[in-house]
Design a protein around this ligand. Structure first.
Ligand SMILES: C[S@@+](CC[C@H](N)C(=O)[O-])C[C@H]1O[C@@H](n2cnc3c(N)ncnc32)[C@H](O)[C@@H]1O
Length: 224
């Protein structure tokens, strides 16, 4: 039933998003208001950001060194900072990075903003907690904004991510959100090649889709 609803509503929604998201818009969570630039993943229209925010509300964040890997609008980063965390927001997209700086200035935020393809420019950073809302459709992105959605036809994003996490011998907690819409088994099997297991810690179900929050478990071979 949910699949049918999705199919019917998809073209209407696509048309709406295309015109609405063609200009900067504001998004507010609690008392944090940010501007979301055209081409940046919009937390208002996709459930994953809000699900992560609701999940983070239940965690102790104060004093933790947190990375939002692929920060998009940065709302998660700004929220974590408000809760007392020491936050780094990274992204591969220059448009995103520009937007993060503009919002950080407006909010007088001290979030560290780093332009980086995954961990490439973060090798010297250590984190207690990493939060990832990844692109997961297996297609090659044709432009910068499509990097929010497409992980490469061969799941290139995940191969690189899990390989880097294995090399870093990540000591902190890594949380990743994925939807029922994505090819979960493929992603899990890429993780397994790097001795990483995706442990389900929370499920969110709404009218449109089911989302899962996983905590990454590093098997002994990945931590030695
Ligand atoms: C689904 S959006 C999530 C944005 C934000 N974290 C949120 O939850 O609202 C994925 C983000 O990852 C970024 N991204 C994609 N590939 C990346 C890479 N290789 N390295 C860093 N960021 C990447 C995209 O530009 C996009 O901003």
């Amino acid at each position: 039933m949910r699949q049918v609803l999705k199919r019917i509503s998809a073209p209407i929604l696509r048309k709406f998003f295309k015109s609405y998201l063609n200009r900067p818009t504001t998004y507010t969570y609690g008392d944090i208001s940010i501007v979301v630039e055209k081409g940046v993943f919009h937390p208002k229209f996709f459930f994953s950001t809000r699900i992560l925010l609701n999940f983070l509300k239940k965690q102790t964040l104060s004093g933790k060194r947190i990375l939002e890997l692929g920060a998009g609008s940065g709302m998660i980063s700004f929220y974590c900072e408000q809760q007392g965390a020491i936050v780094t927001a990274s992204d591969i997209s220059q448009t995103v990075i520009k937007g993060l700086h503009a919002n950080a200035d407006k909010l007088q935020s001290s979030v560290e903003i780093v332009e980086s393809d995954l961990f490439e420019n973060l090798m010297d950073h250590q984190f207690d907690c990493i939060i990832i809302n990844p692109p997961y459709y297996p297609e090659n992105p044709q432009n910068e904004s499509e990097k929010a959605w497409f992980c490469g036809a061969q799941f290139d994003y995940f191969h690189k991510l899990f390989s880097q996490l294995e090399t870093r011998k990540e000591p902190g907690v890594v949380w990743m959100i994925l939807s029922e819409d994505c090819k979960l088994d493929d992603i899990k099997s890429i993780a397994a090649k790097h001795d990483i297991v995706l442990e389900l810690i929370e499920t969110d179900k709404n009218w449109a889709e089911k989302n899962f929050i996983f905590q990454l478990k590093f098997l002994p071979a990945a931590t030695q």
